[in-house]
Design a binder for this molecule. Structure first.
Ligand code: ZN
Length: 160
């Protein structure tokens, strides 16, 4: 396992649509989890370490002492609630920037796990926000892309 450097915006790899995965990515997933915990963060998508493949990791509760690592390969967004909420989001690729992003409060996602099993789950609360944020990364979308031009310009000027 290795802690890998995290790319920062405006690296063009962060705005690229990632490719479906058809190979074993257990080594990549282990590196991504280690990199996420070291950052420290609660989610990390492969393009953030320069790997343009559809995989992200998240652990929404480890900072509260409850380690629950998840690896989502080829995730699909099956459903999102009509109800949305706007809240502050940071991103490891946008150090110093917190953006107010509107997200569905509940989503349903399907993905493949490291054993090749198809998983499906409804995420709510912080997990729903985190999963949507990381899923966006796989499509080359950053929190900045959710902002109107004035808010985006302000956010970009706050980049460390
Ligand atoms: Zn991010």
């Amino acid at each position: 396992m290795a802690v890998l450097p995290i790319l920062r915006w405006p690296d063009s790899r962060l705005t690229t649509v990632c490719a479906e995965i058809s190979t074993d990515v257990s080594g990549l997933a282990a590196d991504m989890l280690e990199t996420m915990y070291a950052a420290p963060g609660r989610g990390l998508a492969a393009p953030q370490i320069g790997v343009l493949q559809r995989i992200f990791v998240m652990d929404c509760t480890w900072k509260e002492g409850n380690f629950a690592p998840r690896v989502l390969i080829n995730p699909e967004l099956l459903w999102r609630s009509a109800e949305t909420a706007t809240g502050p989001e940071g991103c490891l690729s946008l150090p110093g920037i917190t953006s107010q992003v509107s997200r569905a409060t509940s989503i349903r996602m399907r993905w493949t796990d490291l054993n090749g099993a198809i998983c499906e789950e409804t995420f709510t609360g912080f997990a729903a926000i985190c999963a949507q944020h990381e899923f966006d990364h796989l499509n080359g979308i950053l929190t900045l892309d959710h902002l109107d031009p004035a808010a985006r310009a302000l956010a970009e000027s706050a980049m460390i």
